[in-house]
Design a protein around this ligand. Structure first.
Ligand code: FSX
Ligand code: SF4
Ligand code: F3S
Length: 502
């Protein structure tokens, strides 16, 4: 749904408080102020909401929660149990009423199944942990009556006020859906017609679980969602941009081993597999285990556990996404054909697009700030021959161009230490890259002026960073072309919102 302003949300809450006061439903309980404040802070709802939210939770009948376990490892519940503000007991006794949770409730066997039947006539939120075996449903058979998980899910989803897919398994299928997926498991939204809010992560943080359920309890609506139905407040930003090791990434300082001095001194973990640049989640901010740590702080690096198909698409987890480390063996064969490139070049020639092409000057520009100077130094150390080639073949005179191929050639020279003689070499490398995910390039597309402007001048540091970080030329070629493809698509869409046909 569209994003409501904090003012609009405040009005909804005020009205709901009045409604409850005028009804016979008014409850009376003590709510921990710090816990409400923390939830509201995570949701970025502004300063006026916490006191209203506290008042609401104190008088509103507790929202019932049914938590299902389908195909999964119970890591999501483990994450939830470690919540601090609110604590898990506050969560299930004060803020909500946890009616059904197979690993936590006392009831079992037929008694447990009766609980599900009883809840069907009441108002409840459905939280589902785990993917669902939806074709050969016997792979997931649960309980005394040997019902399938698929049947139980369908039955509850029809009556739930809102449905949350908790974790990557429930959102996208997760580990059991990894190749070759023998049980043909999938995310629950693939088998439900009802709207499902995805809270991915293997596991997701306690914060992302609780705050999203609390949003519905407070306002009776779902939070703003992105195109994958993930709450924007939690999954709207790339975690790499919030990472405490980002300055090291920008300086080309990478750990080579998990236990080396560089790793201990906070070096970036990209070279030993961190997938932070490809992952949208708020882990550096909200952390795990009562806010004690998150993967990158603990020294391993992110494995992109909240991204779709991460088991298959992001392995090898302790190596960068270079072809030599790939087991996925995808090939991007239909990507950037000659025809598509010609279309892109045509679009670029109609927009404001120019840049310096003298690599010597480009490197001098990068070295103007502290991190950039370190980066150029580290590149020079690791790619001595390429650096010498640049020194030898470029003078100090500026050469501004808007030639698409010149941009590609700069990347080629940085990676290979020679001029690009055959354009095909660049395209073939991009098409032979065996991962589906491009490494981000910092292109700035400005659509607010008279003419769209594509500024690529800041992006020249990216190949240096990626090369020092162990990405291969194939990865660089693929990522550069993907960045152009995206910018051109955005320009075309801006010029004519109806055509987007690359
Ligand atoms: Fe495990 Fe949950 Fe991963 Fe899946 O978390 S931590 S396998 S997302 O469903 O239990
Ligand atoms: Fe942090 Fe990983 Fe990004 Fe490095 S690559 S800055 S460790 S998120
Ligand atoms: Fe998962 Fe990466 Fe966060 S591995 S927990 S998305 S840091």
């Amino acid at each position: 749904m569209a994003k409501l302003s904090n003012e609009e949300l405040k009005t909804i809450l005020e009205n709901r408080i009045v409604e409850i006061k005028n009804s016979s439903l008014e409850d009376e309980k003590i709510i921990n102020e710090e816990s409400v404040k923390t939830i509201v802070k995570h949701l970025s709802l502004g300063n006026e909401i916490p006191s209203l939210a506290k008042q609401f939770f104190e008088i509103a009948p507790k929202m019932k929660v049914v938590w299902l376990h389908l195909c999964e490892c119970t890591g999501c519940s483990e994450s939830l149990l470690r919540s601090e503000l609110p604590s898990f007991d506050e969560f299930i006794f004060d803020f909500f009423s946890l009616e059904y949770h197979e690993t936590l409730m006392a009831a079992n066997g037929t008694k447990a199944e009766e609980l599900i039947e009883d809840i069907l006539d009441q108002d409840f939120l459905l939280a589902v942990e785990g993917g669902v075996a939806a074709i050969d449903t016997f792979f997931l058979t649960i309980g005394a009556n040997a019902e399938s998980g698929h049947e139980i899910l369908q039955k509850l989803a029809k009556k739930a006020k809102a449905i949350y897919a908790i974790g990557t398994c429930s959102s996208y299928g997760g580990i059991q859906a990894a190749y070759p997926n023998p049980s043909k498991t999938c995310g629950i939204s693939e088998v439900l017609t009802q709207k499902v809010v995805n809270i991915p992560g293997c596991p997701p943080s306690d914060v992302n679980i609780i705050a999203n359920l609390a949003f519905f309890a407070l306002f009776g609506i779902l939070p703003e969602l992105d195109e994958q139905n993930r709450p924007v407040w939690a999954y709207g930003k790339c975690l790499h941009d919030m990472c405490e090791r980002k300055a090291k990434f920008e300086s080309g300082i990478f750990a080579e081993h998990f236990d080396d001095e560089a790793a201990k001194n906070g070096a970036c973990l990209f070279k030993i597999g961190c997938k932070g640049p490809y992952t949208y989640n708020n882990c550096p901010k909200v952390k795990f285990n009562s806010k004690t740590s998150w993967p990158v702080a603990s020294g391993h690096g992110c494995i992109a556990c909240s991204e779709k198909n991460f088991w298959d698409e992001f392995g090898n987890y302790e190596k960068p996404m270079a072809n030599i480390f790939s087991y996925a063996k995808l090939q991007n064969k239909d990507f950037s054909t000659q025809f598509i490139l010609e279309e892109q070049i045509k679009t670029l020639s109609n927009i404001d697009f120019e840049f310096e092409t003298n690599i010597k000057l480009i490197l001098q520009n990068i070295a103007k700030n502290k991190l950039g100077a370190l980066l150029v130094e580290n590149y020079k150390k690791s790619f001595e021959a390429n650096y010498a080639f640049i020194e030898k073949n470029f003078d100090e005179s500026s050469n501004i161009s808007s030639d698409f191929w010149k941009y590609l050639e700069i990347n080629f020279i940085l990676a290979k230490g020679e001029f690009l003689k055959n354009k095909e070499d660049f395209l073939n490398a991009a098409q032979n890259y065996t991962f589906k995910h491009a490494s981000p390039y910092d292109f700035k597309l400005n659509l607010s002026g008279e003419k769209p402007k594509l500024d690529v001048s800041k992006s020249f540091r990216m190949p240096l960073i990626y090369l020092c970080g162990g990405l291969d030329f194939e990865g660089i070629a693929f990522s550069v072309l993907k960045a152009f493809e995206k910018s051109v698509k955005d320009v075309l869409e801006f010029n004519n919102p109806k055509i987007v046909n690359l």
